[in-house]
Design a binder for this molecule. Sequence first.
Ligand code: NDP
Length: 248
Amino acid sequence: MADLSGKTALVTGAARGIGRAIAVRLAQAGADVAVCDLDASWLEETAAAIRAAGRRVETFACDVSRADQVEAGVNAVAKAWGRLDVLVNNAGITRDTFLARMSEADWDAVLNVNLKGAFLFTKAASRWMLKQRSGSIVNIASVIGIIGNAGQANYAASKGGLIALTRAVARELASRNVRANAVAPGFIRTAMTDKLPDELRNRMLSSIPLGRFGEPDDVARVVLFLASDDSAYVTGQVISVCGGMVMA
Ligand code: NDP
């Protein structure tokens, strides 16, 4: 298994779902893991699982779309632990509705969290990674950012933008051995997808060649690969974790 012994990682939106699974998986591989979410008290279960894996944990409240909170959080973690090896930009939201009904507020909210949040964290964390001459940034995009989806113009634009951001960052930071890659999940069973109507869920299931919805740990295992030196020669790539729903 990929080994992150002696490394430190930071995962955003880690109170539940995919973010929690990633944080726990990285800890089980040997990393000390810092986790943030909108409210620090929601992170207790995640923190307990990281401690149970025998690793150090830091928790902090952070709205990923707020530059002041992002900078303070990243700098506090990197100073406390002396380094920052892995950043996982996972926090994300949906505000689904058809274009004609989509408000400017729906658009701004999704772009601010899903895209601007990743920009702010990448900017703050890469300062430390550039100094270290090493680091791995993993952005949690979506297959929707590749193929689009009716009723998700804001979400698709944010995730497509996140993929473009990943590639630009990968090119910009590669000379200092800092890598950036994206994971594009398909339909993963979390609170985000639990709220979808049954009819839509059944339609989506029939479009998945592997014949099942994904679990958060299906995503976490691919993130671990990209976070670790097992992927030392991989940068600027997008790996879909979608049961074959998208083949590109
Ligand atoms: P969840 O909604 O279960 O978890 C997301 C977490 O991020 C929540 O704890 C949420 O808090 C937090 N969050 C939301 N906004 C902010 C913010 N401004 N600052 C900090 N934290 C915030 O989502 P998933 O686990 O399903 O999704 C995780 C990522 O994976 C997202 O980026 C999503 O777009 C992506 N993804 C998910 C798929 C799926 O099928 N589930 C498919 C493709 C991609 P709160 O409880 O307040 O919302």
